[in-house]
Write a new protein. Structure first.
Length: 287
């Protein structure tokens, strides 16, 4: 059944178009949208890829920059631990973690400013057009604007509000190597010039671990390294998501991203980027 109500139409970032939803026998949605340039796409709400790292409090997980491991323990009422294995009627754990060092997270300009605006006040897009690229860092650990320009030479600007960058080689663990790649400030400036608002990377930080000034962070948000007020940032609407993992099975190309963020009123929060692959069904440009 074609749904034509206002509720079925979701405005996409950068005015890409409107979603039109068809119900399916499985209870999921077949959705389609058109771009300003006349391209028509379809995607299935049941077909998606979660590229977040799943935080296992009892197992191995990231401990970036020598941060302690995340922990969990039963909350206690008096001497009674709320743990069904200890006779309690329910489980109720307390959790301790470092959002920036233990898991996939999304941060806003508050990450580098004194006033720390909440990420919830910055990220308000439901579905974001995105481009996934792979960058070879086997010999060049510093990602430059030239490297990105080469990979984006044929990318459509309609799908550059969000860029997802997979670094090669592609092991799951990328936070223990002394040769972990990082972004040159000019590289993130270049991304901004291409219209990128949301940067998603599989690295623990866009900056080198030795860069105490966080030069790339400042360059991406357009804030002088000596400034600590978010109101002075030229690009306060931008976000950075770090510590994702993009499996080799996902091909470079265009996607829609649902960037799910925990409702923490903080400068950064644990996040779960969901990628929806798409099928192009019509292209008016080719006619």
């Amino acid at each position: 059944m074609r749904i034509e109500s206002d509720y079925s139409r979701v405005q996409l970032l950068s005015g890409l178009g409107y979603l039109v939803a068809d119900s399916s026998d499985r209870g999921f949605m077949q959705l389609s949208f058109s771009t300003k340039s006349g391209r028509l796409y379809q995607f299935d709400s049941a077909t998606y890829f979660d590229i977040s790292l799943h935080l296992d409090f009892k197992g191995p997980h990231p401990t970036v920059f020598d941060a302690p491991k995340a922990t969990s323990a039963p909350y206690r009422i008096g001497s009674l631990p709320l743990d069904t294995r200890e006779g309690a009627s329910c489980n109720c754990d307390e959790y301790s973690l470092n959002v920036h060092c233990n898991t996939t997270h999304t941060e806003g300009v508050g990450h580098i400013t004194n006033d720390r605006p909440s990420i919830l006040n910055i990220l308000d897009d439901v579905l974001i057009p995105a481009t996934l690229i792979s960058v070879n860092c086997r010999e060049q650990f510093c990602i430059t604007d030239e490297m990105l320009a080469d990979r984006l030479s044929e990318a459509s600007r309609e799908f550059l509000p969000c860029i997802i960058i997979r670094t090669l080689p592609n092991p799951v663990v990328k936070w223990r190597s002394p040769q972990t790649p990082y972004f040159h400030p000019s590289a993130v400036e270049y991304l901004g010039q291409q219209g990128v608002v949301h940067l998603i990377t599989d690295l623990p930080s866009v900056d080198a671990s030795t860069d105490e000034k966080l030069s790339a962070h400042h360059a991406f948000w357009g804030l002088d390294p000596s400034d600590t007020l978010s109101s002075h940032a030229k690009h306060r609407d931008r976000t950075i998501t770090e510590l994702v993992y993009i499996p080799d099975s996902l091909h470079d190309g265009e996607y829609l991203v649902n960037l799910q963020v925990a409702s923490f009123k903080t400068d950064a929060a644990p996040s779960r980027p969901i990628l929806f692959p798409m099928q192009e069904v019509y292209n008016d440009i080719r006619r």
